[in-house]
Design a protein around this ligand. Structure first.
Ligand SMILES: [Zn+2]
Length: 88
Protein backbone atom coordinates (compact mmCIF):
# COMPACT_ATOMS: atom_id res chain seq x y z
CA UNK A 1 0.00 0.00 0.00
CA UNK A 2 1.38 3.39 -0.94
CA UNK A 3 1.68 6.20 1.59
CA UNK A 4 -1.01 8.06 -0.29
CA UNK A 5 -3.40 5.15 0.15
CA UNK A 6 -2.49 4.89 3.82
CA UNK A 7 -3.33 8.55 4.36
CA UNK A 8 -6.62 8.06 2.54
CA UNK A 9 -7.39 5.10 4.79
CA UNK A 10 -6.71 7.14 7.92
CA UNK A 11 -8.97 9.98 6.74
CA UNK A 12 -11.68 7.67 5.43
CA UNK A 13 -13.52 7.58 8.77
CA UNK A 14 -14.55 11.22 8.26
CA UNK A 15 -13.02 12.33 11.57
CA UNK A 16 -10.41 15.08 11.82
CA UNK A 17 -6.86 13.85 12.01
CA UNK A 18 -3.98 16.03 13.13
CA UNK A 19 -0.89 15.94 10.94
CA UNK A 20 1.10 14.86 13.99
CA UNK A 21 -1.10 11.75 14.10
CA UNK A 22 -0.57 11.08 10.38
CA UNK A 23 3.19 11.47 10.76
CA UNK A 24 3.18 9.09 13.73
CA UNK A 25 1.13 6.43 11.98
CA UNK A 26 3.08 6.57 8.73
CA UNK A 27 6.56 7.09 10.12
CA UNK A 28 8.89 7.30 8.32
CA UNK A 29 6.91 9.36 5.85
CA UNK A 30 8.77 11.71 3.54
CA UNK A 31 6.27 14.44 2.77
CA UNK A 32 2.67 13.95 3.85
CA UNK A 33 1.70 17.35 2.45
CA UNK A 34 2.72 16.25 -1.05
CA UNK A 35 0.72 13.01 -0.63
CA UNK A 36 -2.36 14.96 0.48
CA UNK A 37 -1.94 17.33 -2.46
CA UNK A 38 -1.74 14.26 -4.69
CA UNK A 39 -4.95 12.84 -3.26
CA UNK A 40 -6.70 16.18 -3.79
CA UNK A 41 -5.56 16.16 -7.40
CA UNK A 42 -7.20 12.75 -7.78
CA UNK A 43 -10.48 14.27 -6.65
CA UNK A 44 -10.49 13.23 -2.98
CA UNK A 45 -12.17 16.09 -1.12
CA UNK A 46 -9.73 16.64 1.72
CA UNK A 47 -10.35 19.64 3.95
CA UNK A 48 -7.93 21.12 6.44
CA UNK A 49 -7.84 23.59 9.28
CA UNK A 50 -5.15 24.70 11.70
CA UNK A 51 -5.06 22.31 14.63
CA UNK A 52 -3.76 24.70 17.26
CA UNK A 53 -3.52 21.87 19.76
CA UNK A 54 -7.16 20.79 19.48
CA UNK A 55 -6.02 17.20 19.04
CA UNK A 56 -4.82 17.31 22.62
CA UNK A 57 -1.12 17.59 21.83
CA UNK A 58 1.08 20.60 22.14
CA UNK A 59 2.54 21.78 18.87
CA UNK A 60 5.61 23.88 18.48
CA UNK A 61 5.01 24.12 14.73
CA UNK A 62 1.88 24.97 12.78
CA UNK A 63 0.03 21.68 12.45
CA UNK A 64 -3.09 21.12 10.43
CA UNK A 65 -5.97 18.75 10.87
CA UNK A 66 -7.23 16.91 7.80
CA UNK A 67 -10.44 15.14 7.02
CA UNK A 68 -12.36 13.93 4.02
CA UNK A 69 -15.46 15.95 3.39
CA UNK A 70 -18.50 13.75 3.39
CA UNK A 71 -21.51 15.69 2.26
CA UNK A 72 -25.03 14.36 2.53
CA UNK A 73 -26.73 14.08 -0.87
CA UNK A 74 -29.49 16.44 0.28
CA UNK A 75 -27.05 19.28 0.88
CA UNK A 76 -25.60 18.71 -2.58
CA UNK A 77 -29.04 19.00 -4.17
CA UNK A 78 -29.75 22.17 -2.23
CA UNK A 79 -26.54 23.76 -3.47
CA UNK A 80 -27.43 22.79 -7.02
CA UNK A 81 -30.89 24.35 -6.72
CA UNK A 82 -29.44 27.54 -5.30
CA UNK A 83 -26.98 27.76 -8.18
CA UNK A 84 -29.77 27.12 -10.68
CA UNK A 85 -31.99 29.83 -9.17
CA UNK A 86 -29.11 32.25 -9.28
CA UNK A 87 -28.50 31.61 -12.94
CA UNK A 88 -32.13 32.31 -13.82
ZN1 LIG B 1 -2.80 18.62 16.57
Amino acid sequence: MSQKEKIKNILADGAKHCSSEIIEKLYPIIDYRARIAGLKKEGVKIKSEPCGGRCGREHTANMFRYWIETQPVQAGLFELRKLHAYEI
